[in-house]
Design a protein around this ligand. Sequence first.
Ligand code: NAD
Length: 428
Amino acid sequence: MADKGFNSFQIAQHQFDQVAEYLGLDQPTRDLLRYPIREYHFAIPVRMDDGSVRVFRGFRVQHNDSRGPCKGGIRFHPQETVDTVRALAMWMTWKCAVVDIPLGGGKGGVICDPHNLSSREQESVCRGWVRQVAKNVGPISDVPAPDVMTNAQHMLWMLDEFETIRGGHHPGFITGKPVNMGGSLGRTEATGYGVVFTLREALRELNIRPQDTEASVQGFGNVAQYAIQLYTQLGGRVVAVSCWDQQDQTSYTFRRKDGVELDRLMSITDRFGGINKGKAKELGYEILDGGAWIEQDVDVLIPAALENQVTGENVGKISKRVKIVAEGANGPTTPDADAALKERGIFMIPDFLANAGGVTCSYFEQVQSNMNYFWEKDEVLGKLDVKMTSAYLAVSELARKQKLYMRDAAYVIAISRVAQACRDRGWV
Ligand code: NAD
């Protein structure tokens, strides 16, 4: 989406340039990886319910597929821009590479607001999107998934259109499908659990027992809820969570110093991750302002809501006790706040490593779909733990050896793997 004042693609390129410099990448490799390898821009004409025709703009950006088929979500948003899609596609390349799954990076989008479209109109947008790119995507070339404002139903319509065009069943074309229609068990838990698998390893490295730690979490949606579940199982205590209040159009922090009780709190939370204030008070929560989550006297902060939440303005409010920031959300820390965290020596588990559990499980979904054989949930989550833990260990080892900040180490690993694949293939 267009964000006032900055262009995500330029930021993504700037991050890449810095690592390319550090790695001493040659010019052709830089020229290749600074831009998407392919992109498709197209029109999607849709017959609306009132009989008129509206033409929507759609995109699919394939940043790099040297390590495997492109992978990345499709977003429906009224302010979608191709530059945002380009940036997200590039970040997907690095995310898949850092967890070492054999996939590249892609992202798609349609400029539309599904809130203003009937279900039939949304179905037409989904089918129209596939019709335009069916030749250029698929289980062995580019595998889409849900993202902002798209869900399992959208994926199923897209799959059906793809299978109609191609003929036959190709469930590995798309992930995020409903579980009874080729989706994977464990996908709901995957991102939040993945955050905590990496957090568990970071605590081990810092010689801290999880049961001696407390955390504060921004957000109480899918990622936050499952992160809290696993962290609590490991013995940690979450003392505060924050969320957006739709009615008041502001955010609040809910604090319970004895630790939030996940199930009870979830029972008073709507499906958008908004907590009922009145009922929370009855359960003994203090209701604080939205920014209070970051000021808590805890050991671990988990931003798991939105981008640009830890900023130059509030980074100074982080308690001296905080030792680890585990980024559940994408891009929650602005570059100036990141520099301040680095300076303070706070241990960072960067977003594209910490929250890669989602795409890793999507990869498992694709594998299961291609085999047409589905694993039990324990098997999925066990494999997820192995992948996330080894990804974490590789990054932390490099960070230690080369005295790098964890975010920089994660970029160095991801970009070198992709650059190596391009060289090995003889592209550069
Ligand atoms: P979600 O919609 O389920 O939950 C978002 C939560 O953030 C809600 O509780 C909402 O109330 C809260 N929130 C919104 N604005 C807020 C604000 N200003 N202050 C405090 N809280 C606020 O979303 P999710 O799936 O949990 O995703 C959270 C983040 O993680 C996003 O950045 C997303 O891109 C990223 N992520 C998600 C996945 C996934 O698999 N779900 C994977 C990778 C990354």
